[in-house]
Design a protein around this ligand. Structure first.
Ligand SMILES: NC(=O)c1ccc[n+]([C@@H]2O[C@H](COP(=O)([O-])OP(=O)(O)OC[C@H]3O[C@@H](n4cnc5c(N)ncnc54)[C@H](OP(=O)(O)O)[C@@H]3O)[C@@H](O)[C@H]2O)c1
Length: 320
């Protein structure tokens, strides 16, 4: 496939990406929109004229962010709704409310996520990171599909991570019932699931006008690192003894750019099933591309794995 890339430099901001884009009349749903990349993703889409719905698990925080976004963008079209991805019943209630607010959804950005959480389970007994990052979004997307199809062409963006390299799906023990819990393997597995979900979704719905891509946003200091100590961040070289972050880290406005590009770029119209990073189509990691900072593992785009994950996910969330 030919190179697919934004004409912008990789450190462009989300606002740069939509500088000449008019999203008036379009509706976007952004999970995790009350923090980190979600706020900046929402800010850029609002700035381009879209209406935005923010499903959040903390209503007070969500309303505060919504007020600030209305004020800073001059676009009043922000609505907040309660939705906890760690509870399938909450996802069902939240999705029903979103459908009342928006019969047509042109952009769904599955952005919310948790990283390296202590061992735990969602309300339905799933391992926390797989349950929250993947299964909650899997069910939400399924429930919002009528509105995405009604808006077609529509786009779904699935926030993965370079962290997917830490683990493929461990099919016989997804929930760490037969192996010791490892919070990084669990994060990696959930982010591989996010990438595979884009492949599975695109395969099912692209012909009907709903495309899906996975995104690695880069490294950005947000609320995501809250389960890591400063010592751990120092040991990884993320922060030095003076408390300064490595220059590789992007600002949240830069980190939101590839999501916004995936959601709006004309060069991605009708294009799906890809892994995107640095405002371009990423490359598979192999001996020709051993780059530790760019690229995805082949297992994260394997069509058979995407199919297997889809079937397992349907069973787990009670759709089959
Ligand atoms: N930052 C990075 O370096 C980086 C790198 C690679 C990939 N990513 C991915 O980018 C996405 C956004 O991360 P971020 O950096 O913006 O992190 P963040 O600031 O921690 O934002 C994550 C958002 O997800 C929400 N969330 C967590 N659990 C939820 C649940 N059960 N139900 C509903 N919402 C929930 C959080 O809500 P609360 O505010 O209520 O906690 C928060 O708004 C994540 O999927 C992450 O894996 C980030």
């Amino acid at each position: 496939m030919s190179k697919i890339a934004s004409p912008l430099a990789p450190r462009a901001t989300a606002a740069d990406v939509v500088k000449t884009t008019n999203l008036s009349g379009k509706t976007a749903v952004i999970t995790g929109g009350a923090s980190g990349l979600g706020i900046e993703t929402a800010r850029a889409l609002l700035g381009a004229g879209a209406a935005v719905i923010l499903p959040v698990r903390d209503a007070t925080k969500g309303e505060q962010v919504a007020a600030e976004l209305r004020e800073s963008t001059g676009n009043p079209q922000v609505q907040v709704t309660m939705l906890d991805l760690g509870s399938l019943s909450s996802v069902r209630v939240g999705a029903a409310h979103i459908l009342e607010l928006a019969p047509k959804i042109h952009i769904l950005i599955n952005n919310a996520g948790v990283m390296a959480t202590p061992e735990g389970h969602t309300a339905d007994g799933f391992e926390t990171q797989f349950g929250t990052n993947h299964l909650g979004h899997f069910l939400l997307t399924h429930l919002l599909m009528p509105a995405l199809l009604a808006a077609a062409p529509a786009r779904v963006v699935s926030l993965s991570s370079s962290g997917h390299r830490r683990s493929d799906i461990v099919w016989d023990d997804i929930h760490f019932e037969r192996r010791p819990y490892d919070r990084w393997q669990a994060y990696g597995q959930s982010k591989t699931a996010n990438a595979l979900f884009a492949v599975g979704l695109n395969g099912r719905y692209a012909a009907q006008g709903v495309t899906a891509n996975a995104v690695h946003p880069g490294g950005i200091m947000t609320g995501l690192q809250k389960h890591m100590t400063l010592e751990e961040q120092r040991a990884l070289g993320w922060v030095n003894e003076q408390g300064e972050y490595h220059p590789i880290f992007k600002t949240p406005a830069e980190g939101a750019s590839t999501s916004v590009w995936a959601a709006t770029a004309p060069e991605l119209e009708g294009v799906g099933g890809l892994f995107l990073e640095e405002l371009q189509k990423s490359e598979v990691l192999d001996h020709q591309n051993p780059n530790p900072l760019f690229g995805y593992k082949a297992y994260a785009r394997d069509p058979q794995s995407a199919e297997r994950l889809w079937e397992i996910s349907e069973q787990l969330v009670g759709l089959s």
